[in-house]
Design a protein around this ligand. Structure first.
Ligand SMILES: Cc1cc2nc3c(=O)[nH]c(=O)nc-3n(C[C@H](O)[C@H](O)[C@H](O)COP(=O)(O)OP(=O)(O)OC[C@H]3O[C@@H](n4cnc5c(N)ncnc54)[C@H](O)[C@@H]3O)c2cc1C
Length: 366
């Protein structure tokens, strides 16, 4: 008899398992349909001895002291600030767009915020109403940067042009009016020093937590006894798709090993034209800090089918999500948590924060 059946051993499921076991002495069965724990933050050492992130590069960043303090119970950290370059026909530019990006693109000598502002004012296409991602980018940076950095990348990533996507999609990437070329500006930017999988292993190392990988919850739900369920899988799957499927974009990762110390200057290089079909090339050694004579990279090809990675934010999908949400509220002793259950793109720190909050609610502390 378990107190909780937790579905999904990603970050959300693992935080909840750890908290419930260690703080409330609850007995947990954690089921995971993949053959490993840690969900999308899973990392492993490949056949060439290089630590790789199986589901895309993961750079941890947060402004939440609560989240970083909590995770520090299970890992040490390596300082790492993520940097991204855009490759445009062989030339590389810093991204997000900042003063250096404009100087390199247009052979300018902008020196400060007001000079950058004046330059962008001279090229931006002013929109009184921002209806979609195209409006947003044209309004911020004008047509040339839109074409070079946003239009085709977005088309590859989402299989939709920016004018068909909500402003939030391209709006996630800031424009910087200084020389800061870091991808994130959070106070805390570190990578677990022995990798993400090790961190999650440490979280789950508790006598009250039993883990079953290679186990779809549907195969155990009738044979296992438990009081409550925490579900971190896809919300529409839980309800057997009665209101239709919530669509996602996915990625195919093509790995290559190269006999050079480093393949590229930074962990992530974006390819914003078509061709190529891939959107980005990731080199893991930059993230992990590993020293080795060779290096592994992954080219990322966006696809429609496959692991559910990116929810597609638009009105229709929000409508369907709300129908499922209503179903969810009717069921007692069932909690949903995580990016698949909320059908939202969350960064890791947001997932941890939400899981900690749900724990506090379950424990009656809020
Ligand atoms: C390509 C990519 C790059 C990213 N990079 C970053 C980054 O740099 N920084 C950052 O902060 N965040 C990043 N993220 C986001 C980060 O991966 C997520 O915030 C986090 O992994 C979500 O954890 P989760 O537990 O909600 O979901 P998941 O990790 O998806 O865990 C859910 C688990 O449920 C399991 N499951 C589903 N259905 C069933 C079932 N029927 N039975 C049993 N188990 C089931 C799944 O197999 C999965 O393991 C990135 C995401 C992607 C896709």
């Amino acid at each position: 008899m378990y107190d909780y059946l937790i579905v999904g051993a990603g970050l959300a499921g693992s935080v909840l398992a750890e908290r419930l076991a260690s703080q409330l002495n609850a007995k947990i069965l954690l089921v995971e349909k993949r053959n490993h724990i840690a969900g999308n933050i899973f990392d492993y050492t490949d056949e060439n001895g290089i630590l790789v992130h199986k589901y895309g590069p993961h750079a941890f960043h947060t402004n939440s002291l609560k989240v970083s303090k909590y995770l520090s119970n299970f890992t040490g950290w390596r300082f790492y600030e993520h940097r991204v370059l855009v490759n445009q026909h062989g030339k590389e530019y810093p991204f997000p767009v900042n003063i250096n990006t404009l100087n390199m693109l247009y052979d300018l000598d902008l020196k400060n915020e007001s000079e950058m502002q004046s330059y962008l004012d001279s090229v931006r296409i002013k929109k009184d109403v921002i209806l979609n991602s195209e409006d947003l980018v044209l309004n911020n940076v004008g047509s040339d940067i839109y074409q070079k950095f946003y239009k085709y990348y977005t088309l590859k990533q989402w299989k939709l042009p920016p004018e068909k996507l909500s402003p939030s999609v391209c709006g996630r990437i800031p424009v910087r009016f200084n020389f800061d070329d870091r991808y994130f500006t959070d106070n805390f930017q570190y990578i677990p020093d022995n990798g993400y999988t090790k961190m999650v292993q440490n979280m789950l190392n508790h006598k009250n937590i039993q883990i079953a990988v290679n186990t779809d919850y549907l195969n155990v739900i009738d044979s296992v006894k438990f009081n409550k369920i925490i579900f971190t899988g896809p919300l529409d799957l839980y309800f057997n798709y009665i209101h239709g499927k919530l669509p996602y974009r996915s990625l195919v990762f093509k790995y290559e090993y190269h006999d050079v110390e480093y393949y590229q200057k930074v962990a992530q290089v974006n390819y914003c034209s078509i061709p190529p079909d891939f959107t980005r090339v990731v080199e893991f050694k930059h993230l992990t800090g590993q020293k080795a004579p060779g290096t592994t990279i992954a080219k990322e090809f966006p696809v429609s089918e496959g692991d559910p990675f990116y929810p597609i934010p638009n009105e229709e999908n929000n409508r369907v999500f709300n129908l499922y949400k209503k179903e969810a509220l009717k069921i007692k002793n069932l909690y949903f948590c995580g990016r698949l259950a909320d059908y939202k793109y969350y960064n890791m720190d947001q997932v941890v924060a939400r899981a900690l909050k749900l724990f506090e609610k379950i424990a009656g502390r809020i």
